[in-house]
Design a protein around this ligand. Structure first.
Ligand SMILES: Nc1ncnc2c1ncn2[C@@H]1O[C@H](COP(=O)(O)OP(=O)(O)O)[C@@H](O)[C@H]1O
Ligand SMILES: CC(=O)OP(=O)(O)O
Ligand SMILES: [Mg+2]
Length: 375
């Protein structure tokens, strides 16, 4: 979420969501040019609910912005369904339509909407803007959105949406500033955080992405399985007698790095572990990412650039090395010395694919969208 000032337009943005890993919101206030004015991170603090947390964030933000006035709040809303193709002002009818999408993003959507309702209770007249994770992918070719199921189900909205759109949009925008040649080309962005996905981007637009109907598809994640043979899910239900709620809990909260390692969903903890199971989880994570990247290369009809972003992508040199080694067949050559230096080009000069690390900034994108929606 964020707030704007009418006179000199600073933005105040805050992200955060309650997941199984706890509550770790952050609040970043920026000027219109993106300069950070204030920042506060709350450590995992499960004692606060949305209403209490938002009240604390709101009061803290207002205090620290001095005489600047809060004029709007922007939110990340993970699922916009077929209807919401662009950021929009939230009213009761919009909120109701977004409620209907909660079952498609159980780790995110209910918390996104609880935040909006909490702000509504604190400041009922303040405009609130929803910025959708799905919107960046909305205009992909129809073929990239279809499952091979009966047509009528596609028409009902059972299709591939794609997520992490605010992050991908930010990266595409940033690439235009720092590397216009790469921005015009065929690029895979690897958003590797607790949630993880890849997006194939050509000329700044999403062509294909690994997440689908829900944020469960595609890569292996912190606690989510990623793509899985649908027959396994039938087996859970018919042979193992699991309920829908149990399957949901298993695939969203007990799988991924946590499930395979049996140790942690956190890549840092696995990297620090000597356990064979930790190594197996890390190796599977990289293998799956490289395999899905191969699929996106087909959708893009080649590859000019690869960008690593989000918590793991930005900070974990070892994972970048493993993924890049698995993509060496493309002519990609990593510069190992550059790989440990941070936000920069990390491929060797002779590499057929330019590889970069770019720090993502979803809050910045939310700020820009909110300014635009307010006019
Ligand atoms: N400085 C760091 N070094 C290594 N790994 C990191 C670092 N910061 C975050 N990570 C890893 O990034 C993941 C979280 O990514 P993040 O983008 O913060 O997630 P979220 O999807 O919740 O926004 C965790 O697996 C964590 O271990
Ligand atoms: C859509 C999604 O997976 O988001 P996150 O990475 O924040 O969990
Ligand atoms: Mg994130």
């Amino acid at each position: 979420m964020f707030t704007l000032d009418e006179t000199n337009r600073p933005t105040l943005s805050a992200g955060g969501q309650i997941e199984q890993i706890g509550l770790s919101p952050k609040l970043v206030a920026r000027d219109a040019d993106g300069t950070v004015l204030l920042r506060r991170d709350w450590e995992n603090n499960t004692s606060l609910d949305h209403a209490a947390l938002l009240k604390e964030l709101f009061d803290w933000g207002v205090d620290h912005l001095g005489d600047r006035e809060v004029i709007a709040i922007g939110h990340r809303v993970v699922h916009g369904g077929t209807r919401f193709a662009a950021p929009c002002l939230i009213d009761a009818e919009v909120l109701h339509a977004l409620d209907d999408l909660c079952s498609l993003a159980p780790l995110h959507q209910p918390h996104n909407l609880a935040g909006i309702r909490a702000v509504n209770a604190i400041a009922p007249d303040l405009p609130q803007i929803a910025c959708f994770d799905t919107a960046f992918h909305h205009d992909r070719a129809a073929v990239a959105t279809r499952f091979a199921i009966p047509r009528a189900l596609h028409e009902q909205g059972i299709r591939r949406y794609g997520f992490h759109g605010l992050s991908y949009e930010y990266i595409a925008r940033r690439l235009r500033e720092i590397d216009p040649a790469m921005a015009e080309g065929r690029v895979i962005v690897a958003h590797l955080g607790n949630g993880a996905s890849l997006c194939g981007i050509r000329e700044g637009r999403s062509v294909d992405t690994t997440m689908g109907f829900t944020a469960l598809d595609g890569l292996m994640m912190g606690t989510r399985s990623g793509a899985i043979d649908p027959g396994v899910i039938l087996h859970f239900q018919t042979a193992l007698g699991m309920s829908a709620a149990e399957v949901e809990d298993l695939l969203y909260k007990r799988s991924g790095l946590l499930g395979v390692s049996g140790i942690s969903s956190d890549m840092r903890a696995l990297a620090a572990s000597n356990a064979v199971e930790a190594e197996e989880a890390i190796e599977l994570f990289a293998w799956r990412a490289a395999r899905e990247a191969g699929g996106l290369m087909s959708s893009l009809e080649g590859l000019d650039g690869l960008v690593f972003t989000a918590g793991i992508g930005e900070n974990n040199a070892g994972i970048r090395t493993r993924i890049c080694q698995r993509l060496a067949w493309t002519g990609l050559v990593l510069d190992e010395a550059a790989n440990i230096r941070g936000e920069a080009i990390i491929s060797a000069p002779e590499s057929a694919v330019t590889v970069r690390i770019i720090r993502t900034d979803e809050e910045r994108m939310i700020a820009l969208h909110t300014i635009r929606v307010l006019g």
